[in-house]
Ligand binder design. Sequence first.
Ligand code: GTP
Ligand code: ZN
Length: 341
Amino acid sequence: MIDFDYEALRRLGLNNTIISRLAGISASLPGSRLCRITEYQRDRLTLHDGAAEFSARALPRLLAGSPLCVGDWVIAESNALNEVWISERLSPMNQLARADAPPIASNIDTALLVMGLDGDFNLRRLERYLALSASAEIAPLIILSKPDISDDADEKIAALIARIPPGTDFMKINGTDPDSVAQLNGWLGAGQTICLLGSSGAGKSTLTNALTGALQETGGVRHGDNRGRHTTTARSMHFCPSGACIIDTPGLRSLSPDSLSSAFDDIESLALQCQFRDCRHDGEPGCAVAGHIDPDRLRNYHKLQREVRRNQQTALDRIAERNKWKSLMKSAAVRSRMKRG
Ligand SMILES: Nc1nc2c(ncn2[C@@H]2O[C@H](COP(=O)(O)OP(=O)(O)OP(=O)(O)O)[C@@H](O)[C@H]2O)c(=O)[nH]1
Ligand SMILES: [Zn+2]
């Protein structure tokens, strides 16, 4: 017998299709529970059973099959040591996944494709996200963020309309304005699962924070969540006061130097004209980039560059870099002491 509290789990997205899939599952231990995966970070899984969230691990036999992901419905069993193990996974209704990469999220009602009306605006990238949601048969909703800081929003929206399939929903939303965010209410009914996709800096966390902001407890499920403000480093599920579940994801692919160059080819081609070959576009003399590129976009570029570098570094490289910094800081401190003294 598998225990579950329908009312509580409905707020986590449980529906009749998933329940019907329980039929084929036989639980081996008494106290087996139906749960949803709310976070997946390296080998640490977090589950919610409608009453509480807790950590769990997957039985090796599950790890051998198709990978688990946030949004999956699973059966959890506790052993005598009070460890929670995932023993079964219910086949998902749908799944956002790319070839050759772990799945992003499953059992999704709407994919929110978040794209800034600033330098983030990129119709080719948007088409990749549209293709991704179409291949999973998940309804897309395009969110054009940062309308308040865009000076050519109308032109961008005209280009968007000319490019996307007719009938594709889109809306302008300023994630920092609650009235603007309220336009999303229609998509946030109880038990709806929304997945946010978009590049780093597009405004996904801002939107998640705005949508989950209010803290309140309802029916045993923690709605409005206390993960606090975050930048997206892991895929995780958050709960809205309205009863919807939001899955926030980090930028789609782990970045490669090539993908960074193609996304920022304007910066990289201007950089060829900087006076110094190793110019960091941070106030150096003869810099061709700094004055010509939106400062926010330049900041994001630097952030992503650091990310790429970190991905390429080995642990030894990182230690060497830290030591180099330490000795630089030390000699700078000595110099300033000498100046003062
Ligand atoms: N003016 C304005 N700023 C916004 C809006 N949405 C997001 N921002 C700002 O844009 C920056 C990046 O937003 P985030 O929400 O952190 O972006 P993200 O998509 O979560 O990025 P990652 O966590 O790196 O994946 C932050 O400084 C936000 O305050 C908006 O609609 N208007
Ligand atoms: Zn420069």
